[in-house]
Design a protein around this ligand. Sequence first.
Ligand code: FAD
Ligand code: UDP
Length: 367
Amino acid sequence: MYDYIIAGSGLFGAVLAHELRQKHKSVLVVEKRRHIGGNIYSENITGIHVHRYGPHIFHTNSQKVWDYINQFTGFNRFTNTPIANYNGEIYSLPFSMYTFNKMWGVITPEQAKAKIDEQRRESGITEPRNLEEQAISLVGRDIYERLIKGYTEKQWGRPCSELPAFIIKRLPVRFTYDSNYFNALYQGIPLDGYTKIIENMLEGIEVKTGCDYLAERGQLEGLADKVIFTGQIDEYFGYSLGTLEYRTLRFETEVLQDTDNFQGNAIVNYTDSITPYTRCIEHKHFYPGNDTLGTVITREYSSEWQSGDEPYYPVNDAKNNSLYEEYRKMAAEKCPDVIFGGRLGEYKYYDMDQVILRALEVSAQIL
Ligand code: FAD
Ligand code: UDP
């Protein structure tokens, strides 16, 4: 018998498990996959930490989150400076003076702003209602066409005019020569990889991998008074109100022995619509100065989630958000002893730091 069963050993489940154990609660973590860590899982391939489920850069403005995560790992000083490859032309990301200079030859912030204003006026957009309009009003039509449209439509499988504006607002627009992808006070990659963080959080806690809570609910339910569920909320209820939409990813990883430096950067986004993948990751570059021989790269392909796939991204448009809200109400009414949390349990496009904050909030509430 346990005080809590936690379904899912991703960051949300692991932080809660750790906090509950600190308060002397007994906890069993069950994890559907064969390993712990959820989507932040990293593994060592030929001496290189490989992010198995896509590139993860830890970044936060929260001192509380930074202090918290530093209990479990040290970080290097990696700063994310991805580049965009549009039909063989290279642009700096996020949208900064480097990007504007390459696109239009402008030198000063004033010139860049004038160019964007001109394109915004030509488009006639005053109140952006979707991602396309938001992007054009932030950076103009040229950047939208070359650096946003193709990438976004591959990533989300929907026209930019049907996507919510908030997705593009994740990216900074800067009128300085600064190509740091994040406006974050703290940023880095864990020195010993992400999996080590989760191992440290779960130290001394019983964990069963290869165990699907929903498949074994009959036996597991009786083992604890409370359940924390970090999988899909719609799956928990047998999709009874309908299926929420997600994007799934396919990762194609290659170990290259014939080069030590394949693309000269950790992340290259392919922003045209022809290249079938969205981005290519060269993992060794997450550790600047890494002189391991050979290299490991991963190409990332995005498609619509179907039952049996891993759900990586919630599609937080109005239709899905309102269906999620129905599930949330159902959960509150029918299962007061189950807490739904994390990216899938709350159907939210959370970054790692937001997941930690949310898990700390939930643990404070339940304790
Ligand atoms: P998850 O990591 O999805 O964990 C949920 C766990 O529950 C999984 O292990 C799953 O197998 C398990 N599970 C599901 N159903 C069941 C069940 N029925 N029984 C048992 N176990 C179950 N964030 C950043 O801050 N920076 C980044 O650079 C960044 N890059 C990202 C890149 C990609 C491609 C993706 C997909 C996400 C990225 N994120 C990034 C977000 C980050 O991955 C999430 O914020 C974080 O991993 C969410 O943790 P979680 O515990 O909520 O979910
Ligand atoms: N985006 C884009 N071009 C790029 C990079 C990002 O249009 O080169 C858009 C795209 O819609 C993406 C969103 O910005 O989904 C957010 O990007 P972010 O890098 O935050 O995505 P994530 O790492 O979460 O996949």
